[in-house]
Unconditional design. Structure first.
Length: 50
């Protein structure tokens, strides 16, 4: 069983980490998502037809 102080400290650490990443994913990563999906769709077509 964890001590209540340890649980509060772990919770505070988790909240701080979430707040550090409040904006979500890297916008540069998200920007290329549509092109990546198109490339995967082309590869699926290529490999499914063989």
């Amino acid at each position: 069983m964890q001590h209540p102080h340890d649980i509060r400290e772990a919770s505070y650490d988790l909240i701080q980490r979430c707040n550090d990443h409040i904006a979500g994913c890297d916008p540069d990563f998200d920007a290329g998502h549509e092109e990546l999906e198109r490339e995967f769709a082309e590869l699926r077509l290529l490999f499914c037809n063989h």
